[in-house]
Design a protein around this ligand. Structure first.
Ligand SMILES: Cc1cc2nc3c(=O)[nH]c(=O)nc-3n(C[C@H](O)[C@H](O)[C@H](O)COP(=O)(O)O)c2cc1C
Length: 374
């Protein structure tokens, strides 16, 4: 069976998940593998991003990632044109809308100057299969998905073009389901990770998944930002590492400037698994926003995909208002990030992060080998 480096045509088994095309391109050019998080793009926007990446990476490989929530399986049969007909607001309970309005009012966050033209812009309702279709017309080298086994036609379409499929899992049971669905690479993501995450730590999850799905290659994710952490992941049986948080404080990252500052001064205790952004538990920076959703007046999050639709405009308002220096908005603003945020203390180019990780990894495995021969 091919190693991850052979399968993807890369020098270093470091995969970087990012919504930012500059990070994706920089990591691929540095010898790793950039994966563009596609879920927030419309199909037309994704087309533009992929074209840009291709123009910038040359022959270097890259991939894309889409979220395909298991509960949305049926939605895959819906057409984009049908989505436009849904009266989204009618699905959102009055109590929840009032809670969001009052929270923003309490923190002095003003309304947007004009209506957003794309109501699904941040809610992630572009259909995953449409995004995969767009991506497969490009020379991508990996399609990754999270939140449940990808629909069979996504796996088939990728395989028809010789593109391997990866899937993120948080338990052995999920990993076995993914293997059954024909997935080529399993990403075992521990609870430390930023974004949607389960309850089992990387240290425990990775070897369990490696043993359960062998010989399918496993990448370790969650809490990996350095060569030492990479060496630990490889020692657990992973063939490589899948990283997310570490790119959010790189020079290229389009992270909100206030959030970037918060990340750089955060400790590893400053994250929380909260349903407040997406309706499913997702690790993010603790802020007045997450505290309010955990507080006594909270109506509780709606299930996915309603919660993103409920809060997307509020999150845009908070972000813009924080940029403008509004103190209330600065308290509320946050973003997905993992516990490793506590180690992210300097802003570096993404290329440097790759090279530092590789050189520390090489030093560590050399030292470990030395310790054995003494
Ligand atoms: C800002 C952010 C957004 C994320 N969004 C997604 C996503 O859309 N799809 C996905 O498969 N994983 C997503 N993840 C999880 C990453 O793919 C990755 O598994 C995780 O970041 C690894 O753990 P780490 O954050 O400790 O590096 C996201 C992570 C972060 C930090």
């Amino acid at each position: 069976m091919k190693t991850i480096c052979e399968l993807l045509g890369i020098e270093y088994p470091i995969l970087a998940f990012s919504h930012c095309r500059d990070v994706v391109a920089a990591v691929s050019k540095a010898g790793g593998f950039g994966v563009l998080g596609a879920v927030t793009y419309t199909p037309d926007e994704l087309e533009i991003e992929l074209k840009w990446i291709e123009d910038n990476v040359g022959e270097r490989p890259y991939g894309i990632d889409v979220l395909i929530p298991a509960g949305l399986g049926g939605m895959d049969e819906v057409k984009d044109s049908d989505l436009a007909k849904v009266d989204v607001k009618s699905l959102l309970p009055e109590q929840h809308r009032r809670f969001v309005d009052e929270l923003l009012e309490q923190y002095g966050v003003p309304p947007l100057s004009r209506e957003r033209s794309n109501p699904f812009g941040l809610g992630g309702l572009s259909l995953p299969s449409t995004l995969v279709e767009v991506a497969l017309a490009h020379p991508i080298k990996l399609v990754a998905s999270a939140l449940g086994p990808p629909p069979p036609r996504v796996v088939e379409a990728a395989h028809e073009r010789g593109v391997p499929v990866a899937a993120l899992v948080g338990t052995v049971e999920h990993a076995l389901r993914q293997k059954e669905a024909g997935v080529d690479v399993i990403v075992a993501q521990g609870t430390e990770a930023g974004g949607h995450t389960g309850e089992i730590g990387t240290m425990v999850l990775v070897p369990e998944v490696v043993d359960a799905v062998a010989p399918v290659p496993v990448l370790a994710a969650g809490g990996i930002a350095t060569g030492r952490q990479m060496a630990a992941a490889m020692a657990l049986g992973a063939q490589g590492v899948w990283t997310g948080s570490v790119w959010l404080t790189t020079e290229e990252a389009e992270t909100h400037p206030v959030v970037k500052e918060k990340f750089l001064s955060a400790s590893s205790r400053d994250t929380v698994r909260s349903k407040s952004r997406t309706g499913k538990p997702a690790r993010q920076l603790r802020s007045a926003w997450t505290e309010a959703w955990e507080g006594p007046d909270s109506p509780g999050a709606l299930p996915m995909p309603l919660q993103p639709l409920l809060v997307e405009e509020a999150l845009v308002r908070i972000g813009r208002s924080a940029t403008a220096g509004n103190e209330g908005a600065k308290q509320l603003v946050n973003y997905f990030v993992g516990q490793v945020v506590g180690s992210l203390k300097t802003v570096k180019p993404a290329r440097q992060v790759v090279l530092d990780m590789v050189s520390e990894y090489a030093d560590v495995i050399f030292e470990l080998a030395e310790s054995m021969s003494e």
